[in-house]
Design a protein around this ligand. Structure first.
Ligand SMILES: Nc1nc2c(ncn2[C@@H]2O[C@H](COP(=O)(O)OP(=O)(O)O)[C@@H](O)[C@H]2O)c(=O)[nH]1
Ligand SMILES: [Mg+2]
Length: 307
């Protein structure tokens, strides 16, 4: 069955329905049952990622949260800058990572792929994060919410920093932050990274979320089962190609993106790493999914009406 984008957009509050499957409630329930643990060491302190569309104020917010002890370097194998710092939260210290800007979790460039790799890495991996702060430009709220909706599907705790609130207010915009938070199902904090307002409230919201269950959550499988079967076949074919074990098979989320996004950065990189047999396998699996589900381009559209 093919569902047009218009159908999805016109259905009432799709974001809200996605949001309430988020970890918000899980975190609240877990808070009552998880005992306090000893103060974390540097290695085990929680990791928080700052993500958002380009120019939303991520780097400015990063400096406001973790201006001291900043470490810069590059992500392995690429020249993309990696910046992390330590932030003192009411609940203790956390490592904050400033990610390259991205418009969606369907990466179209090496920069975006780095952001998606960090966001989707398991918390047991060195780069995996426990919580995501999505920095949203209050002036472009609607446009920025697409990324928010994708982040919620990852199942990790999300806090929204509604940034540039100073500019929004000076233009007479009124945003009902409490209602927005209620509708999306995650904490929303109005901030001005440039004027350093709302920073303490943001730290408090991050702390509150981290005090809940920060164990690696389950990701939501919101697409039809046949899609995940196809992804499993693709993984098997990569493992078979890689009999020498020299190349790491990508994480599940990126394998899904490879099947979904024709010509996306994950596809480009998997073909570069595994050779043309990966391209052949993708072609075949997309063909099979087209038979079973309709055009694969529409599979994501299906996700919102399957909830
Ligand atoms: N007025 C105002 N300007 C901001 C705010 N946050 C960031 N900026 C400015 O917006 C521009 C982009 O910020 P930057 O942190 O580089 O965004 P990034 O691309 O998301 O890292 C810079 O000129 C910042 O000074 C804010 O809350 N209010
Ligand atoms: Mg930046």
């Amino acid at each position: 069955m093919a569902v047009s984008a218009t159908t999805v957009r016109s259905s009432p509050s799709p974001l809200r329905r996605v949001a309430y499957r988020g970890c918000h409630h899980k975190a609240v329930i877990a808070m009552a049952s998880v005992p306090n643990v000893a103060a974390p060491t540097v290695e085990t302190q929680p990791r928080v990622a700052l993500v958002g569309n380009p120019n939303t104020g991520k780097s400015t917010l990063f400096n406001a949260l973790a201006g001291m002890n900043v470490r810069t370097g590059n992500y392995p194998g690429v020249t993309i800058e990696k910046k992390s710092g330590v932030c003192a939260l009411p609940s203790g210290k956390a490592t904050v990572v400033d990610l390259p800007g991205t418009y969606s979790l369907a990466p179209r460039s090496p920069d975006e792929l780095v952001a998606v790799e960090v966001l989707t890495a398991d918390t047991s991996e060195q780069s995996g994060v426990n919580l995501i702060v999505c920095v949203v430009n209050a002036l472009l709220l609607q446009r920025n919410l697409f990324l928010v909706s994708q982040l919620l599907e990852l199942g990790k705790p999300v806090v929204i920093a509604l940034n540039m609130i100073d500019v929004a207010e000076s233009r007479g915009m009124q945003i009902d932050v409490a209602r927005l938070s209620e509708q999306i199902g995650v904490p929303v904090v109005a901030t001005s990274a440039a004027k350093r307002t709302g920073i303490d409230s943001l730290k408090q919201a991050i702390s509150d979320q981290l005090s809940g269950d920060t164990a690696q959550p389950e990701r939501y499988h919101i697409l039809p089962a046949a899609f995940y079967d196809g992804v499993n076949r693709f993984r098997d074919s990569l493992i078979a190609t890689n009999s020498s074990g020299n190349t790491t098979v990508p994480d599940d989320y990126l394998l899904e993106r490879m099947v979904l996004d024709r010509g996306g950065e994950p596809e480009t990189q998997v073909i570069a790493k595994f050779g043309t047999s990966a391209a052949d396998a993708l072609l075949q699996i997309r063909g099979e999914l087209t038979q079973e589900l309709g055009n694969p381009i529409d599979i994501e559209g299906l996700s919102l009406i399957h909830i």
